[in-house]
Write a protein that binds this ligand. Structure first.
Ligand SMILES: Cc1ncc(COP(=O)(O)O)c(C=O)c1O
Length: 464
């Protein structure tokens, strides 16, 4: 198994990025609960034949969809060790918790947070954003919210984020019991950054209406185009208005590792909380989300819950309080920290930063290729590693939707799509450390070739 999966990553370029899944393969996973044991060799064969070829392909250098990391063999091997150790990371007196705390200390150092800040591995940034909202909600209402819920407060809490923010920010409001209507969507400027004046106006309007602004979610690396909000300006507003300043840095926050990009995240060090993923630009295998909270005491009091069966002691296995389960909703947790610790130790911060810079350089190269190609058109500024473009011409939305699907089905390159300024865009997010210039060339050539095949049938596409 180990040989096969190492060969898979070694020879990944010989495979299509993605391929359509045959009906028979899909059907083979719709069987009744097995009663008899199966041989491991046969399960391994099934994996090689029916599972491995049909994943989404984000290990492949031609994968440029959404914001998926590429993983590394180092992370994979660490995951195997973690699986064998089977540590439950809810807490208790064990060195795996120290490993997680070591990563927490590195994260604090990276973002220049104080020693009193706390951090926690979670599934992903969606969960990390939710945790930040829950801590901020506690800060605004007080501990009573944990017993009485938000119905007992007279305060009407209001949150702010930009029109480019990820939908999980609104979902976090919903899950926190506040309802997504409390989230004010602030317009963006031509750089797709939150409009600072519009933010200030919205806060002033809400305050004069007797509402309580409590949370601003800025984004470091927006999902559509990779814009970084003006974090310093937003930090200043949050400080002045006494509002929680959160940064959703799902993939972008780790640009702090890249000396040439880090200055553009100035102000992130003033955040009350930061959410990000090691599984995106950090290349740690899924999943490895992370939340960092400046006020560790507040973070603790948002989640810690005494229970006789989780009693803490000063010696024995129940020592070492506080435990990770005191900082989030999960009690049982996997050892996500190990693959992250291995990745950071094995490659070092400098090399990881250089890899992040390289993906941004490739994005600039892609932008340049698009500008040189008369059939293509750039749809948004390229701030980081995301490039949005389209094939020019009539019925462009239908044509470009088809080009994206053609690219994916061809196995040559796998971008995703989004909408930019009302236009359907082919969106290439260069997150994978394996991607190089030849992958960009292949994407451009194939996009132009597929686009040209629609010239005759445009009117048909326009009608569909
Ligand atoms: C800006 C932003 N926020 C949040 C998320 C959600 O992160 P996750 O998929 O790890 O939950 C993403 C995912 O791409 C993102 O780009």
């Amino acid at each position: 198994m180990l040989d096969d999966i190492l060969d898979y990553t070694k020879h990944i370029r010989e495979r299509p990025v993605w391929q359509p899944i045959p009906r028979s393969v899909r059907d083979s996973f719709r069987q009744p609960l097995p009663q008899e044991p199966a041989k491991l060799t046969s399960l391994h064969n099934t994996f090689m034949r029916d599972i491995l070829p049909y994943s989404v392909g984000n290990v492949h250098p031609g994968f440029m969809g959404w914001a998926h990391g590429g993983g590394t063999p180092v992370g994979m091997l660490a995951e195997m060790l973690a699986g064998g150790l089977n540590a439950n990371m809810g807490g208790r007196n064990q060195i795996p918790i120290e490993v997680e705390q070591q990563v927490v200390r590195w994260v604090r150092e990276l973002f220049r947070f104080p020693d009193t800040a706390t951090g926690l591995f979670v599934t992903g940034t969606s969960m990390a954003n939710l945790i930040a909202v829950l801590v901020a909600r506690m800060a605004a209402i007080g501990t009573s919210v944990r017993r009485q819920g938000i119905g007992a407060t007279r305060k009407r809490l209001i949150a702010y984020t930009s029109a480019s923010a990820h939908s999980c920010i609104a979902q976090a409001m919903d899950l926190a019991g506040l309802g997504s209507d409390v989230l004010r969507i602030i317009r963006v400027d031509e750089q797709y950054q939150m409009d600072i004046q519009a933010l200030e106006e919205a806060i002033a309007k809400d305050k004069s209406a007797g509402l309580t602004p409590f949370f601003i979610a800025a984004t470091a690396g927006t999902v559509d185009v990779g814009a970084i909000d003006n974090l310093s300006a937003i930090a200043g507003i949050a400080q002045r208005e006494k509002v929680w300043f959160h940064v959703d840095g799902a993939y972008g926050a780790l640009a702090m590792l890249a000396p040439d990009i880090a200055p553009r995240l100035a102000g992130i060090e003033r955040a009350d909380s930061i959410a990000f993923d090691f599984h995106k630009w950090g290349q740690v295998p899924y999943d490895a989300g992370f939340v960092l909270v400046r006020d560790g005491k507040l973070h603790h009091s948002t989640f810690a819950e005494p229970a006789a069966y989780l009693r803490r002691e000063t010696r024995g296995m129940a020592a070492g309080s506080p435990w990770p389960c005191d900082y989030g909703p999960d009690l049982s947790r996997g050892f996500r920290a190990l693959k992250t610790w291995f990745t950071i130790k094995a490659y070092g911060a400098e090399k990881l930063g250089a890899m992040i810079s390289k993906t941004c350089t490739l994005a600039q190269y892609l932008k340049h290729c698009i500008e040189q190609e008369p059939a293509l058109e750039l749809l948004a500024p390229v701030a980081l590693n995301i490039v949005c473009f389209r094939y020019r011409g009539d019925h462009a939305d239908a044509v470009n939707r088809n080009i994206a699907a053609d690219l994916q089905e061809s196995g040559i390159a796998a971008p995703s799509t989004t909408t930019v300024n009302g236009c359907l865009a082919i969106r290439a997010a260069i997150v994978n450390h394996r991607t190089n210039g030849s992958d960009i060339d292949a994407l451009i050539q194939a996009a132009v070739a597929f686009g040209s095949t629609y010239i005759d049938c445009r009117s048909k596409l326009g009608q569909s």
